[in-house]
Ligand binder design. Structure first.
Ligand code: OFO
Length: 168
């Protein structure tokens, strides 16, 4: 059985994962109407789907442990971006915020001596390491590319092979 404290904290994370999915969905829709970045567009859509999986995983965990997963109201995401670089910068900042939130949640699980939740959350800890590293790599590449159109063409080509992270 989940304590009230851990249940509330897990539900807060449900909202953050749902919000992440919404944020990347908005990036995908914006990218889709920009010329020549089909693979970047697909990357954002994939990322949005992955975040939905992260949210669902939490929802099932909460409900299976005798809690109640609350489907949250979300905030409006950023809809348009001055450039692709700006969108990826926002993605990195967002992931950093998510990592902080997961770390906080792990702390709460320990304080509550809820070792089942602690164990469950390790998957998210590992996932955040991967997601942050990926976001940093992509931002570094974009920094190198600058305004070079050929570089952007290659970036779009390369991102096709990038794996966004597991939903399992
Ligand atoms: Fe859910 O991993 Fe990104 O936010």
């Amino acid at each position: 059985m989940l304590s009230k404290t851990i249940q509330e904290a897990l539900n807060k994370q449900v909202k953050i994962e749902a919000q992440s999915s919404q944020v990347y969905l908005a990036m995908a829709s914006w990218a889709e109407i920009q010329p020549g970045i089909d693979n970047i567009t697909a990357f954002f859509y994939r990322h949005s789907d992955e975040e939905r999986m992260h949210m669902l995983k939490l929802i099932h965990f909460i409900n299976e442990r005798g809690g109640f997963a609350v489907i949250p109201q979300l905030e409006a995401p950023t809809l348009t971006f001055p450039s692709i670089k700006h969108a990826f910068k926002e993605l990195l900042e967002h992931e950093m915020m998510v990592s902080e939130s997961i770390n906080n949640l792990v702390d709460i699980a320990l304080q509550e001596k809820d070792y089942a939740s602690y164990n469950f959350l390790q998957w998210y800890v590992a996932e955040q390491i991967e997601e942050e590293a990926l976001a940093r790599t992509l931002n570094d590449k974009l920094e190198l590319i600058g305004d070079d159109k050929g570089g952007m063409y290659l970036f779009d080509k390369d991102i096709l092979t990038v794996s966004v992270g597991g939903g399992e």
